[in-house]
Design a protein. Sequence first.
Length: 514
Amino acid sequence: MALFSRKRKHPQHQGLSRFKAGLIAIVVLTALTYVGFTKVNPFANPYELKATFRSATNVKPRSPVRVAGVDVGEVKKVEALPEDGAAVVTMEIKDKGLPIHEDAQIAVRTRIFLEGNVFLDVRPGTPSAGVADSGATIPVQQTSTPVQLGEVLAVLQRDVRGDLRTLLDEYGRKALGGGGAEAFNRSIPFGEPAFKNTALASDATLGVQPTKDFQRLLRGQQRTFRALARKPEALKGLVTNLNITAGALAREDAALGASIPALRDLLRVANPALFSLNAALPSLRAFSVDALPGVRSSAPTLRASLPFIRQLRLLVRPSELRGLARDLREAIPDLALLNRRLIPFLGQARTLSSCQNEVFLPYINSEIPNPDEPKNNNQTVIKQLQRQFPGLSGESRTSDANGSFFHSSALPPTAAQERIRPAPPLDNGKTPPPHRPDVPCETQEAPNLNAPGGPASTFGTTASPDRRLDSVKPASKGEQLEAMNRLRKYLRDPKAQKRERRAAALRAGKARRR
């Protein structure tokens, strides 16, 4: 039993052995060295973010992640999505790169000119979109990749390379040749103020509130592009029409070339105008702010006008106004011919209107002096002319009140009115007034009703020498028939009427030249 007996160890020999102590020391030193060099905190819970890219070329683990050019993390894993032809990149972002919002945008950027190392450029997004949780995935619509050199070479096919060669050759010979290079060198000093103004304009596009105005602009553009995307056929038509417009401009290359010197003069004149416009911008900005409520309230008006615009589009269909324009196109030559043929008629109408305005209207509005009848004195011609018709309508009856004839008789005046006016003309009416068809009516003198009358004559002295007219031989029946036949023949002969109108127009033209 002595073989199985053990000696009791002394208390000072209890504890770890040298081997175990050395092993523990090596493990602790290794862990401290790893943590010291890698700066990894095994007890930390890092923020992870995933992003989907159409192509993750040259993106690999440990590729840096930057926000505004500052390293805030690195890529941990790159996974392929064979069913979508895309890649998912998992990133680990430190606290100094947070927060990342749901509308963040991530782009793959190259760090050197030639293709090689890349980094992920993160734009954290806007606070209004909300903070993305750890493990969230940025969709492919919010990511972008750089254009690879191979893609550029794939685009530059034979025909494209030929066009590029032609462009460079024309640019070298036409743009830079003939003094173009010297002009370009002279324009370089003007680049600094131009770039400065461009920077100011770009900064102004952010609006008064950069965190809100530009986002509202982008949202408005998004709605506009969404509305355009609903009408792909209309977009195709827009591109086609743009191609037609560009072709029309290309056919006018000589005119475009001639407009370049005029453009130089325009730019010289436009500089003061731009200064004036710059001075007016503060007022315009204030007006824009005041007009915002009206612009916001215009949405119901625009919605209400949509049915009208829809009906207007239907109105210009080929079956409506467009078809009418096509049909009228055939009648336009006839209308042009009618316009040319209407010139003589319009000339006569103008002469008639001028005669009416210059001669006839002053005549009918003139006053008739009648000193013998005070109540009827200085009455206008238009009033005197219409007073005869009531009496005439009453007299146009026979004794049984039927028929179109009327009876008239002369009564001798009373003793107080033994003499009548007017007296006969000096030549007893033998000389008619002059007839001048070659003188336009518009140049004639209006009838003068204020001329003094002749001496009064005794009633019933028609046979007296001063009132007697030469007897006129009555026309025979044959002469009357012959005159009627001539008139009837004239009315039936268009050529005779045309000759008469031509002669009258010729006489009127000669009178106007006089």
